[in-house]
Design a protein around this ligand. Structure first.
Ligand SMILES: *[C@@H]1O[C@H](CO)[C@@H](O)[C@H](O)[C@H]1NC(C)=O
Ligand SMILES: *[C@@H]1O[C@H](CO)[C@@H](O)[C@H](O)[C@H]1NC(C)=O
Ligand SMILES: *[C@@H]1O[C@H](CO)[C@@H](O)[C@H](O)[C@H]1NC(C)=O
Ligand SMILES: *[C@@H]1O[C@H](CO)[C@@H](O)[C@H](O)[C@H]1NC(C)=O
Length: 344
């Protein structure tokens, strides 16, 4: 009780109530469509681990082969967060879509849980292509499969597309380049010494773990809002820690969601998803970002390095998390046109 009172006073003082309310204006993360059938599926990676996923298709369909899209969730999230929403909306438009849990997260295999291994995350997109092109639930045209990544998955799907020309068109929304983020921080805010300290801490934690000590977690979303939480932390909190987007997969706990393991987090230091991005050409790329997004630098960077055909689509007034679930801001119509054209 005491906490709640303290919070309302603080919130009033900072003019937060309006902002907080409106952060989720028209948010609909758990959107369900009466027009779409959803089926839980799983398939194997190249390394014989299982990826958990959902398969979406229009209830009313003819039997001609349809184009398909693999959809990846934000870093630290699971398919129930944002990925299912995009997959449902695109399925309504006639695409066959698959939302995946990346390895170590949600229902997908991988120990320890919440571990970081970006190459393995990218592999999950290719494994989904394997699956789509060989399954018998609905006919899919192998030549018409695309990829869509939200936040961290934006960088994972690009990483996948560089090695997998079966992904014929790539779109990202609110992309985070997890490599640059971990090396340099947002807008280059992290010094080399700070990075070295993070690396040293992760390496030290390996000693702890090898000696049987407890797993430590890092980064992710605050479990409790603190008075000095930054606007970025508040933005994530509003999604991941409220009924707006909160989701705890089987086997995890609310405290652990969004947090990668500390000793594996530095695997992102060696992750350069935009190196060689021009090789994806002539397959088309669409980068979508809010013009107010704290992550906008990553879409700009990817766009500037990619070769034609490419498009950088700014959503006026939108922030980073807005494109996870605010259905009136997410340009589903534009995404539909992009994939209809590029997977024609
Ligand atoms: C929230 O934002 C929407 C659209 O930007 C606006 O129409 C609405 O009035 C806002 N609501 C509040 C409570 O500020
Ligand atoms: C994976 O899918 C198969 C059907 O393709 C099903 O029999 C099996 O139970 C599923 N496994 C898991 C762990 O969900
Ligand atoms: C659902 O299908 C009906 C019948 O085809 C259509 O009129 C309606 O627009 C569809 N709704 C959505 C949200 O796609
Ligand atoms: C089947 O449905 C797809 C997608 O809704 C459509 O593009 C295609 O023209 C249809 N084919 C036939 C033969 O009706």
């Amino acid at each position: 009780m005491k906490m709640v009172v303290a919070w309302s006073i603080l919130a009033l003082g900072m003019g937060m109530p309006t902002m907080a309310q409106n952060m989720s204006y028209e948010a609909d993360n758990f959107y369900h469509s009466n027009n779409v059938t959803v089926q839980p599926i799983n398939f194997s990676t190249q390394y014989q681990t299982t990826v958990a996923a959902n398969f979406f298709y229009l209830k009313e369909h003819n039997n001609s082969a349809a184009p398909a899209i693999v959809v990846g969730h934000p870093m630290g999230a699971v398919k129930e967060q944002s990925a299912n929403l995009y997959a449902t909306k695109l399925a309504e438009q006639g695409f066959i879509t698959v939302s995946i849990d990346i390895p170590f997260w949600g229902g997908s295999d991988g120990e320890p849980r919440n571990a970081v291994l970006p190459d393995f995350y990218a592999e999950a997109f290719s494994a989904a292509v394997d699956y789509l092109g060989s399954q018998s639930l609905r006919p899919v045209d192998r030549e018409r499969i695309g990829g869509l990544g939200i936040c961290g998955s934006g960088s994972f799907v690009i990483s996948a597309a560089k090695l997998d020309p079966r992904l014929k068109a790539i779109a990202t929304a609110s992309m985070y380049d997890m490599g640059t983020l971990v090396r340099q921080g947002l807008r280059n805010s992290q010094s080399v010494d700070q990075l070295k300290a993070t690396i040293a801490e992760a390496a030290q934690q390996r000693w702890t773990e090898i000696e049987g000590g407890e797993t430590q977690y890092t980064s992710g979303t605050l479990n409790h809002l603190t008075a000095n939480a930054t606007p970025v932390e508040r933005e994530f909190y509003d999604y991941y820690r409220t009924k707006r987007g909160e989701f705890t997969p089987v086997g995890s706990t609310p405290e652990l969601t969004t947090h990668p393991t500390l000793s594996s987090f530095t695997k992102f230091v060696n992750f350069y998803p935009f190196s060689g991005i021009e090789m994806i050409s002539p397959r088309p790329m669409l980068f979508i970002s809010g013009d107010q997004a704290h992550s906008r630098e990553f879409s700009e960077d990817a766009y500037s390095r990619a070769a034609e055909p490419k498009e950088l689509l700014w959503i006026p007034g939108a922030g980073h998390v807005d494109l996870y679930d605010r259905t009136e801001l997410i340009p589903f119509q534009r995404l539909t046109e992009f994939f209809q054209t590029s997977l024609a």
